[in-house]
Design a protein around this ligand. Structure first.
Ligand SMILES: NC(=O)c1ccc[n+]([C@@H]2O[C@H](COP(=O)([O-])OP(=O)(O)OC[C@H]3O[C@@H](n4cnc5c(N)ncnc54)[C@H](O)[C@@H]3O)[C@@H](O)[C@H]2O)c1
Length: 259
């Protein structure tokens, strides 16, 4: 395991770590010295990310973990405690986006979105706090979205879930601060980052190239983000460099929300 790095020796759990932002964040945290627990509903994907970390000289444990299930959280935390005895960083990253407006969204789609995007973060914060308290503190990082701040017509349930993540994060941050747990909690609000989720969402809307061009036009910076643009924010929030940052919403969006 590398001894040097911005998060050297910290134990970090990243959910939805098989693809996209979770994978990139896991690889970057590991390259900066963290010991990783990479979890995903798809065990094969989690194992793949873990293998890449180990090949790079890092330490990683892969777990199958559906963030919407309380029993999966209990099992994940027990496995982490057994293997590492502590938890310093939790990245509540797993999430889904269903391309439906308010009129088209079924109750089942609404509930599925809430179960993964909001129940998942709620359960993660509860379970994370329990283990971090024993470890003497930590950093919880919740993936919200620009859609946790503004509304997007074709993502009704997604917007509601990400808005919930935004203010839940603040409630958790204030509670942990008042209790002097040494636990910080912040949200990240990415613009469009090129990942499987973004590609699938744009395909659902219409012709991929046309939808990509439309998305691009809403980012003043002139390009879409790449996973490491978010991973570097995760790294900052995971490290002690951000020790005075809690309850904050970190926007990383190429200027999307600025206009
Ligand atoms: N990509 C973007 O442009 C963007 C923008 C704003 C916010 N986000 C948020 O960032 C997070 C990651 O997005 P992404 O683009 O990397 O997504 P992605 O679809 O590329 O990857 C998501 C990962 O989560 C896993 N997953 C899905 N359901 C799960 C569950 N119930 N339990 C555990 N794992 C599960 C998937 O298997 C996959 O590996 C999400 O919360 C997303 O809403 C993404």
């Amino acid at each position: 395991m590398p001894q040097m790095g911005r998060v050297a020796g910290k134990v970090a759990l990243v959910t939805g770590a098989g693809l996209g932002l979770g994978r990139a964040s896991s690889l970057l945290l590991a390259s900066e010295g963290a010991r990783l627990v990479v979890s995903d509903i798809d065990e094969g994907l989690a194992t793949h990310t873990a293998a890449e970390i180990v090949r790079g000289g890092g330490e990683a444990l892969a777990l199958r973990h559906d963030v919407s299930k309380p029993e999966d959280w209990s099992a994940a935390m027990a496995a982490i405690e057994q293997r590492f005895g502590r938890l310093d960083v939790l990245v509540n990253n797993a999430g889904i986006a269903i391309a439906r407006n308010i009129e088209d969204t079924s109750l089942a789609e609404w509930r599925r979105t809430m179960a993964i995007n909001l129940d998942g973060v709620f359960l993660g914060c509860q379970e994370g706090i329990k283990l971090m308290k024993k470890s003497g503190g930590g950093s919880i990082i919740n993936l919200s979205s620009i859609d946790g701040v503004i509304g997007e017509a074709d993502l009704a349930a997604y917007c509601a879930s990400k808005g919930g993540v935004r203010t839940l994060t603040k409630a958790v941050a204030v509670h942990c601060a008042e209790q002097r747990y040494g636990i910080r909690c912040n949200s990240i609000h990415p613009g469009y980052i090129w990942t499987p989720q973004t590609e699938n969402y744009l395909r659902d809307l219409g012709t991929l190239e046309q939808e990509k061009a439309k998305a691009l036009s809403r980012h003043p910076i002139g390009f879409l983000g790449e996973p490491n643009d978010i991973a570097y924010m995760v790294l900052y929030l995971a490290s002690d460099e951000s020790k005075f940052v809690t309850g904050s919403e970190m926007v990383v969006d190429g200027g999307y929300l600025a206009v």
